[in-house]
Design a protein around this ligand. Structure first.
Ligand SMILES: [Zn+2]
Length: 112
């Protein structure tokens, strides 16, 4: 299973390009809802058990945004650098944006 961090540092599930946030847990099963449930009312859902993901509703009302997971990863990295190093915000942003594709860089803060 592959996870990406949300803005609050929690784990979101990345599966087939869609990003899900944890909805609830029952025993070994974790139920996930699409992060686009809020606002866009996407009905995409899946569940996971022992590391195996099963899509329970693949009816997403949007397409996969390939840059979204990368953006989230980089923002999480930027946040952790900011709290664990003495580097200036400019340096942290520059490091976060380096090697990013153009569409990813567009969603990140601009380097100084
Ligand atoms: Zn969705």
């Amino acid at each position: 299973m592959q996870f990406v961090k949300n803005r609050k540092g929690g784990d979101c599930l990345l599966y087939e390009g869609f990003i899900y946030r944890k909805h609830h847990q029952r025993g070994d099963k974790t139920y996930w809802i699409c992060t686009k449930y809020d606002g866009e009312h996407c009905r995409g859902r899946c569940k996971s058990e022992n590391g195996v993901v099963e899509v329970t509703n693949g009816d997403h009302n949007h397409t996969v945004d390939p840059s979204e997971a990368d953006v989230r990863d980089r923002l999480a990295k930027m946040k952790s650098l900011a709290s664990t190093t003495q580097e200036l915000p400019c340096e942290i942003i520059t490091k976060t944006v380096e090697n990013a594709s153009r569409s990813v860089a567009a969603s990140l803060p601009s380097p100084c």
